[in-house]
Design a protein around this ligand. Structure first.
Ligand code: ATP
Ligand code: MG
Length: 568
């Protein structure tokens, strides 16, 4: 696996990707009736969707849009013990939030009767048999990559016997795991998937839709191709892990021979992202073991987590667009995702002021009890966003790190004797500090120049630093959550001999008590903004309430992607 560097290469941005090239060819040769294009997004409802799924959603729904085709949302619900309604609901919410809608919503379980009928058809054709071997024996008999498998002693059962046994499996006569239905293909096939794959298993589990109607369930490989064909899918797009399954996909559809315009499978590279994991199995562990607050914890790479973090659908779609679709597995830098959200929020997030680590700033010569009201635009380049009033008074708060008693050369902020601008307000000059018994600064003292009102000096005097601030008497206390990478290593899934959870970044969440300007007291949950100089933030969708503000930092302002892109 290589670190991703082709994110913005001309191939992915200007030329067509391989999927679109294939579709164009099919349209040209009239492979499907009237150049029809139909795709599907087929999640298993066993977890929340993550950013990898967003790639698949943008591709499948995007193709339908571009080619004036159709895209179904299909829940691949053949594994009843792991599936839940909560996941079905969250998946629909996330797809819609990303900006897509399905032509039809289906469930693989809608087709259980038809899939069962195809299984009986295969049995009657002598192409499937009931096997009594245990799961372990089946594994042993399957052979290895270098050795052919050997036939099960039950492989040569007659069609009548197989049909009888299969019907009794369905009727619930046999215990879980005691028998399976297998396709009769080739125990010496070089592709292991083709060595008599299992089509049905016995499993007594309550299904979220079919309840207890079934005690046998079809396997993925049997269900997926048939579901695609039943729906009229033309291009069945999945990730590269399924490359070997393609042969079986084709075998099933060609053998049942019930679909004149059958779908074909195409594989693309899944998304891998640095400093996180994109596997539901792993994400479930983070949730169930309490490493995060839930599926939509803002540190999670889930769509709901990114949403709560402040990511926009536009940013996620832009990201998917930039990474493109290819057949080469790669690792995409998380910085690219952040770059996309910054670009989007830079264009539209209102600018406000908040101080995350406040220290008092007292203006000695500012009249006690006086309040200046500064009318500040929300967005310097977008007048339509209007403005708000920000009060200024004798006692303010500034960021502790914006002051240094003994500043190094390149420090242009506040220091003893130095003059800086308070954003939109006045120039101030530091006159001294007060400290507590431990030597920690408790208060910075300064004077202001009334002639610099609005933040500009009439005599052309320049200052190098501009600081954000809030007025003590008007400040709104708020909880602010600062997020960092979820894992401390680039590729936690690849670290050998250590459980991936040991690689979690212990500093992925820092909570601070901040002081914010007054307009932030009553914003709606989900409201996005830029805290000047600090980054992009959003009002937390769950815990924020007008009067009790809670903000999440979506991203800092510093764009690390630009540097990475330059290097490569
Ligand atoms: P996970 O490995 O996270 O459990 P999955 O493949 O089991 O994912 P599904 O619900 O089966 O999850 O996935 C639905 C669709 O999303 C499939 O077509 C799958 O190929 C695609 N998909 C899943 N993960 C990624 C990814 N990281 N990048 C691109 N597509 C993905
Ligand atoms: Mg899957």
């Amino acid at each position: 696996m290589t670190t991703h560097s082709d994110a913005e290469s001309p191939e992915t941005r200007i030329g067509k990707d391989f999927v679109r090239t294939i579709i164009d060819a099919h349209i040209a040769e009239n492979k499907y009736d009237q150049g029809r294009v139909q795709t599907r997004f087929p999640p298993e409802p066993n977890g929340y969707l993550h950013i990898g799924h967003a790639k698949s959603i943008c591709l499948n729904f995007g193709l339908a849009r571009e080619y004036d085709g159709k895209c179904f949302l299909r829940f691949d619900d053949t594994n009843p013990s792991k599936e839940e309604q909560e996941y079905v609901d969250s998946i629909q919410e996330d797809v819609r939030w990303l900006g897509f809608d399905w032509d039809e919503k289906r469930f693989a379980s809608d087709y259980f009767d038809r899939i069962y009928a195809f299984a009986e058809q295969l049995i009657q054709m002598g192409k499937a048999y009931v096997d009594d071997l245990s799961a372990e024996e089946i594994r042993e008999y399957r052979g290895t990559l270098t050795e052919p498998g050997k036939p099960s002693p039950f492989r040569e059962r007659s069609a009548e016997e197989n049909l009888d046994l299969f019907r009794r499996m369905r009727a619930g006569e046999f215990p879980d795991g005691s028998r399976v239905l297998r396709a009769k293909i080739d125990m010496a096939a070089p592709n292991m998937v083709m060595r008599d794959p299992t089509l049905y298993r016995i499993k007594r589990a309550h299904h979220h839709r079919t309840g207890d109607a079934w005690c046998i369930y079809p396997m993925y490989d049997f269900t997926h191709c048939l579901s695609d064909a039943i729906e009229g899918v033309t291009h069945s797009i999945c990730t590269l892990e399924f490359e070997n399954n393609r042969e079986l996909y084709d075998w099933v559809l060609d053998t049942v021979a019930a679909f004149p315009e059958r779908p074909y499978q195409y594989e693309f590279a899944r998304l891998n992202l640095t400093y996180t994991v994109l596997s539901k199995r792993k994400l479930i562990q983070l949730v169930s073991e309490g490493h995060v607050s839930g599926w939509s914890d803002p540190r999670m790479p889930t769509i709901s987590g990114l949403r709560r973090r402040g990511y926009t659908p536009e940013a996620l779609r832009d990201f998917c667009d930039r990474i493109g679709v290819s057949k080469a597995n790669s690792m995409v830098d998380f910085a690219l995702l952040e770059h996309c959200v910054r670009e989007d929020l830079n264009a539209r997030a209102p600018r406000v002021m908040g101080v995350l680590d406040p220290v008092r700033l007292v203006i000695e010569n500012y009249p006690e009890g006086q309040v200046d009201e500064f009318d500040m635009p929300f967005h310097p380049e977008d007048e339509s966003q209007g403005s708000r009033i920000v009060p200024f008074s004798k006692v303010l708060y500034i960021e502790r790190e914006d002051f240094m008693e003994e500043p190094p050369k390149k420090f242009f902020r506040l220091a003893p004797g130095r003059e800086v601008r308070l954003r939109y307000a006045y120039y101030v000059t530091c006159t001294g500090v007060e400290k507590d018994a431990d030597g920690r600064i408790t208060e910075i003292r300064c004077t202001y120049d009334p002639e610099t009102k609005g933040g500009w000096s009439k005599d052309g005097r320049k200052v190098k630093g501009t600081l954000h601030w809030v007025s003590e008497a008007h400040a709104v206390p708020a909880e602010v959550r600062l997020y960092d990478k979820l894992f401390s290593v680039e590729n936690p899934a690849a670290v050998k001999d250590r459980d991936f959870k040991e690689l979690l970044n212990p500093e992925s969440l820092t909570t601070v008590q901040a002081l914010l300007e007054p307009c932030l007291a009553h914003q709606e949950p989900g409201w996005l903004c830029q805290f000047e100089r600090l980054g992009y933030f959003c009002a937390d969708a769950k815990d924020h309430a007008p009067g009790k503000p809670v903000f999440n930092r979506t991203a800092t302002l510093r764009d690390t992607w630009a540097k990475i892109a330059q290097k490569s």
